[in-house]
Design a protein around this ligand. Structure first.
Ligand SMILES: NC(=O)c1ccc[n+]([C@@H]2O[C@H](COP(=O)([O-])OP(=O)(O)OC[C@H]3O[C@@H](n4cnc5c(N)ncnc54)[C@H](O)[C@@H]3O)[C@@H](O)[C@H]2O)c1
Ligand SMILES: [Zn+2]
Length: 428
């Protein structure tokens, strides 16, 4: 890492207000009535809609004289096509003055796009990050958006990010601007009791990666000084994000395995996982994630035949949480030298009882591999259908994620990424 002439002295940190706890979702009518909204669209996917929570929330809104309609057209792992269709639907139904997203990252991110493009003119690509889109700045405030996660994973309820698959380019990218941040996060662990073990495991690995990647991200003060108008939402690891990430890892250590293996009736484990997801969101949503997430984009975008249990079976997909975790062990071998202390501390927080391994570089990878084996994550990128021969095709997709790679404490070259992917064909 080359040191800039003028080092940064400033970091920023933001998150929406939070209402957390069993039953919190029942109070959304009251919460939204405080914003003076009259007509609200509840945004969800068909699987979550079938569980009943979106219509319960719509009914609760009506009790406060708020007109509410449910839109269940969210695509699981949204695409440019699915988001455009959702926006077209919302635009065609007249003016909305607020939104409630009920679901995982897919529903929350789609609601962010709907909110942006019904509050302001333009098309999706106008706002998508460069070089894929034009990265236009939202010209003004958005409408109130209440985010209600039903998975314990993405932390999208507290982030300013909206992630989508660009189908024609087989690449994932996003829109990233602080105005996209939800107005209020309502996090109710009871909504996650029905999560299948596979979704609990995959979305939980997303939490692990958010926490560990932000914790090991390049320190904010080592970047070049930015002008205020150039400040981005991701500013590198910093004292405030660190606190949230550390706490998220402690909660994961206590409850991740229980949530996967006995999640149907373990409210305490579900509650810990929801808190971990939200805390990690408050960490990575400001610090940023790096190589495992950058690799996750082509791993998910170039999927061929893989159809994971627990997810809709109509098309192949690598769920986000799996795609980002498969190269995490090898990435943390690569980044170890940049800050050994942080890697060892992350390992100790994630598994305080893990045996010490002789080679310190292996401590964090061994903790991650033990966890992934226990909860049924596929064995490396080979487990989701790739071989070593696919690595040259995956590398360019990772290299396009410059925003994320810049957050790595050790800037990776193409060869580094190729080595990380090759060594991740099998993780055990
Ligand atoms: N915006 C961000 O900050 C951010 C961060 C990380 C990931 N993401 C994005 O989020 C998406 C992934 O989101 P996710 O992992 O939360 O999953 P998801 O929203 O894609 O949902 C996964 C599956 O679980 C089902 N499901 C959701 N809640 C359920 C419940 N309570 N009970 C039973 N089934 C339930 C859904 O119907 C779906 O089939 C990806 O597109 C990813 O790129 C966004
Ligand atoms: Zn993620």
């Amino acid at each position: 890492m080359t040191r800039p002439d003028h080092e940064e002295t400033i970091f920023t940190w933001g998150a929406p207000p939070l209402k957390f706890g069993a039953g919190a979702a029942d109070e959304i009518g009251f919460d939204l009535s405080g914003f003076g909204v009259r007509r609200v669209l509840v945004v969800t996917d068909p699987g979550v809609n079938a569980l009943g929570a979106p219509s319960r929330i719509a009914d609760a809104l009506r009790c406060y004289d708020i007109e509410a309609e449910v839109f269940d057209g969210v695509h699981v792992e949204p695409t440019d096509d699915s988001m455009t269709k959702a926006v077209e639907y919302a635009r065609a139904q007249g003016d909305w003055d607020g939104f409630v997203a009920v679901g995982g990252g897919s529903a929350m991110d789609t609601a962010k796009a709907i909110n942006l493009l019904t509050s302001h003119p333009g098309e999706l690509m106008d706002y998508v990050n460069k070089p894929i889109g034009a990265a236009r700045t939202p010209p003004g405030p958005l409408k109130p958006l209440v985010a209600v996660p039903t998975t314990a994973g993405t932390g999208s309820e507290s982030t300013a990010m909206c992630i989508l698959d660009i189908l024609s380019m087989k690449v994932k990218t996003g829109i990233s601007h602080w105005r996209l941040r939800p107005t209020l996060a309502v996090v109710d662990p009871l909504l996650t009791m029905t999560l299948p073990p596979e979704v609990t495991a995959s979305s939980g690995m997303d939490i692990v990666c958010h926490a560990v990647e932000s914790y090991t991200a390049r320190w904010y003060a080592t970047f070049a000084r930015k002008a205020p108008e150039d400040r981005v939402t991701y500013c590198g690891s910093n004292p405030v994000s660190d606190l949230w990430c550390e706490k998220a890892m402690t909660l994961l250590a206590r409850s991740f395995r229980d949530a996967v293996h006995r999640g149907a009736d373990d409210v305490a484990a579900r509650s810990d996982m929801m808190m971990a997801a939200t805390f990690a969101g408050m960490g990575f949503g400001n610090a940023g994630v790096h190589v495992p997430h950058a690799n996750g984009y082509p791993i998910a975008g170039m999927v061929r035949g893989y159809r994971p249990a627990g997810y809709p079976q109509d098309e192949p997909m690598v769920p986000h949480g799996q795609s980002v975790s498969l190269t995490a062990p090898e990435t943390f071998r690569f980044t170890f030298d940049a800050d050994p202390e942080r890697h060892l501390r992350a390992a100790a927080l994630l598994d305080p009882r893990a045996d010490r391994v002789n080679d310190q570089r292996e401590q964090l990878p061994s903790v991650l591999v033990a966890l992934m084996r226990d909860i049924g994550i596929p064995n490396g990128i080979g487990g989701v259908g790739y071989t070593e021969a696919d690595v040259p095709d995956l590398v360019p997709g990772t290299m396009k994620q410059q925003r994320l790679l810049a957050t790595c404490a050790k800037t990776p070259t193409e060869d580094d990424i190729a080595r990380i992917l090759t060594n991740s064909v099998e993780n055990w």
